[in-house]
Structure formats: C-alpha cells, structure tokens
Ligand binder design. Structure first.
Ligand SMILES: Cc1cc2nc3c(=O)[nH]c(=O)nc-3n(C[C@H](O)[C@H](O)[C@H](O)COP(=O)(O)OP(=O)(O)OC[C@H]3O[C@@H](n4cnc5c(N)ncnc54)[C@H](O)[C@@H]3O)c2cc1C
Length: 379
C-alpha cells in the first residue's frame, strides 16, 4: 500500500499526522520536510523574546520523537522538488523518488521580500520559521536599535516583543496605519500610541527601499528625509502562500493552491491544507482555519469525506502593550462606529447596510467584550 505523504512539518503537517494517528489510520504515513522537523508553535516566534524563551525552548519535540509518537516515517532536511501526479511519485532534492497514494501539501507560506536596494539589503532578516528565529536571536545579541520594515500584524508583534526586551524600535512602512489590512484606523492609532508611549518610533507612508551599511550597522533615508539608524533590520511586509511546487506539477493555483471544500486540489489524489491552500477562494493564513482544515481532511483521507466549514474566526493580535482582537468585515459595504478611547481601549463595530453587525475590532481594555460581540454576530 502506497503511503499517505504529507509535505511540511508546520502546524498543518504535524497536526494532520496527529489527527490520522488518533483515528488509527490504517495507511502508512510519510512526512517530508525541508526544515529540521522540530515541532513548534509558529505564533510564538513573535512573543518569545519578551517571555525570555530561546529557540531551543520553542522546539517542543524533535522529529525522532514525533515519528515515534505519531507512528510515521519522517524525512527532515529533505526538499521535495517535483511531483509527478500521473505516476504518483515525488522527486526529492537528492534525485531520489518516492511513491505516494494520497499526497497532502502543507507547504506553508514564505515572507515577501521587497526589492530592497543598497549594500545592506542582503542583511535584512525575515522571521518565518525556527531557523530564521535562531538567526534573529544570534544577531540580536549585539543589537540595541532595531528597525522593522512593515507595520502589519507580524511587524507590530515583533515591535511589541522587542520593546519588552528593552530594544529601541523604529517601525517603517508604506502603510497608512499599523495593521491596516486587518483593523480600521482608529484601532491602529490606539496601538501606535501604546507602543510610542514605550519608546517605539513610527515612520509610516515614507519608506524608499534602500538599506545602506554603516560602520556600526545600517541606515535608511526615508522619502521625507528622515535618517533611521539601526543595528539590525527586520522585514515583515507580508507572506505569500508557497505554490511553486504545485504550479510546476500542473495543479491549479491562484493566490494559493486552489482547493474545494474537501481541500482537494485539481488532482483528485492531492490535497492542500494550511497557509498554502486557497479553500474555495479564501487563503486564511491563521491557526484556527488550519485546525478546522486538518480535522476535516483526516476524516476525508480515512474514507469519510468532510467539507471544511469556517465559523466567524476573530484574529487575536499579540501586541500585549495594547492587545487587539479583530473580525475584519468581509464586505466594504457598511460603516464603522467606535466607543472608547485609544488610550484605554476601543470597541469598533462594522455595521452593514441592513443594520447588522458584520465585523468588529476590540483593543486594550475592551478585548474581554469578544464573547458579547460573537453572540451578537451569531444572533
Ligand atoms: C511570527 C508569526 C506570528 C504568527 N502569529 C499568529 C497568531 O498569533 N495567530 C494565528 O492564528 N496565526 C499566527 N501566525 C500564522 C500561523 O503561524 C500560520 O498560519 C501557521 O503556522 C502555518 O502553518 P503551516 O503548517 O501551514 O505552514 P508552515 O509552518 O510554514 O510549514 C510549512 C512547512 O512546509 C515545509 N516545506 C515547504 N516547501 C517544502 C518543500 N518543497 N519540500 C519539503 N518541505 C517543504 C517547510 O519546511 C515547513 O515545514 C503567525 C505567523 C508568524 C510567522
């Protein structure tokens, strides 16, 4: 019997393996991963510094333990370079090939790299996995001043974490306000003020893309003429689903690897789950949709097809200096109304043209009101 092969050892890949094991899946399982295969909780990468957790602390289990516990073969540091759907075979970077019965792509997403210029551009770090985080922590040992390019969710969380560990933080970006793709300006302003009160310097709508090396570190001159000096530059300008392998194999891809509600790709024996998947037109790179996906997929792979159905899924943003919970509206038709103040906390409701609650944002002291808003939404 050819195995179920899962590519990727992130929360999606290991989560699916765990589900299959718990359900006593009779098929052999093989997981292949390009990285070291440590089991870790990726969202912790942007809050570990303040909690004084080292990269080793974040790795909850090594791949050998995972293989034993989950009754699977695991190949680490092994990149899959090709999929041959007609013959149900994978090609590995070594040139070796492996057969599969069903294949699951849990390939995650990669950080978007801006086309930066200047002789310091190649030293700019992104943190999207444990290896990146290890490099980041090594470079931080000698860094006091950190510049973050990208005031989105991940950039703001790293800024929050660095502030907690007494670094001087400057956040730069083309965005009009922090986390602007997920929260309205009033809420973004509350976060900006809370971090500024702890020393963060924000330069929004003014990045010009050049990073120069200086004797002590790096320098970028913004469009408005401001010069920012830093010992370390972090880029957090967004992520892009990992689709290259699927595209090369002839699978249908758009923003992500296109699947139906069963997480089945355009090939009936290949599935996609987690950050790399675009499920019925939606790419949702967060933990909750991924957990819903792996449970449904485990059932499907064991012969009981189960479609993914997403409830309303608020996103909690770990800016602990001013925490946020948001349920971005799925429509532009409507208006925001706000209660509260940026200094303490904001409650924002997005009301659609029928007068119904269609999204919300809670910041600071107002975050405990999530349950009430979820109930209002359900009603
Ligand atoms: C700093 C940070 C903070 C976050 N905070 C939150 C949060 O608070 N809440 C939340 O809901 N979400 C958060 N997220 C998002 C969340 O972590 C991701 O949605 C989730 O971890 C994605 O898991 P995944 O398994 O799909 O992908 P990944 O964890 O990226 O795993 C992809 C795997 O695929 C492997 N791979 C890729 N290509 C190949 C190949 N060709 N061959 C072999 N292996 C391959 C990789 O090595 C890796 O093991 C955060 C993300 C980051 C980066």
């Amino acid at each position: 019997m050819n195995p179920i092969v899962i590519i990727g050892s992130g929360l999606a890949g290991y989560g699916l393996l765990r589900e299959l094991n718990q359900r006593h899946c009779p098929h052999p399982r093989l997981l292949i991963t390009a990285d070291g295969g440590e089991s870790y909780y990726k969202p912790a990468l942007s809050s570990a510094l303040g909690q004084k957790k080292t990269p080793a602390d974040l790795a909850m289990a090594q791949s050998s333990t995972m293989a034993q516990e989950l009754n699977a073969e695991i190949l680490t540091h092994t990149r899959v370079t090709g999929i041959d759907p007609a013959n149900h075979r994978l090609t590995l970077a070594s040139g070796e090939t492996r057969p599969y019965g069903k294949l699951v792509l849990a390939l995650g997403s990669s950080p978007i790299r801006l086309p930066l210029t200047g002789d310091g551009a190649n030293d700019v770090l992104s943190v999207n996995n444990l290896d990146d985080y290890t490099r980041f922590r090594e470079r931080l040992t000698h860094a006091r001043k950190v510049a973050i390019i990208g005031p989105g969710l991940i950039g703001s969380e790293f800024a929050n974490d660095l502030l907690q560990s007494q670094r001087d933080v400057t956040i730069i970006g083309p965005d009009p306000w922090p986390i602007s793709t997920l929260i309205p300006q009033t809420a973004g302003e509350a976060v900006r003020q809370a971090m500024a009160a702890k020393g963060a310097v924000w330069h929004l709508e003014t990045f010009n893309g050049a990073i120069e090396k200086t004797a002590p570190g790096y320098r970028t001159t913004l469009k408005n003429g401001t010069v920012v000096e830093a010992d370390l530059v972090l880029s957090a300008v967004g992520i892009r689903p990992e689709i290259q392998l699927a595209t090369q194999a002839g699978l249908k891809t758009q923003r992500g690897i296109v699947t139906d509600a069963l997480l089945q790709t355009s090939d009936p024996d290949i599935y996609a789950v987690g950050d790399c998947a675009e499920v019925e037109g939606r790419n949702l790179p967060f933990v909750q949709p991924l957990m819903i996906g792996i449970r449904a997929l485990a059932s499907t792979l064991m012969g009981q097809p189960r479609e993914v159905r997403y409830p309303a899924m608020p996103v909690a943003i770990k800016t602990t200096l001013h925490p946020i919970i948001t349920l971005p509206p799925q429509t532009k038709e409507g208006n925001w109304t706000f209660d509260g103040t940026p200094a303490t906390g904001i409650l924002g409701r997005f009301i659609d043209p029928n007068g119904k609650l269609a999204g919300f944002v809670l910041t600071g002291s107002r975050t405990p009101e999530k349950t009430m808003l979820m109930q209002a939404l359900a009603a």
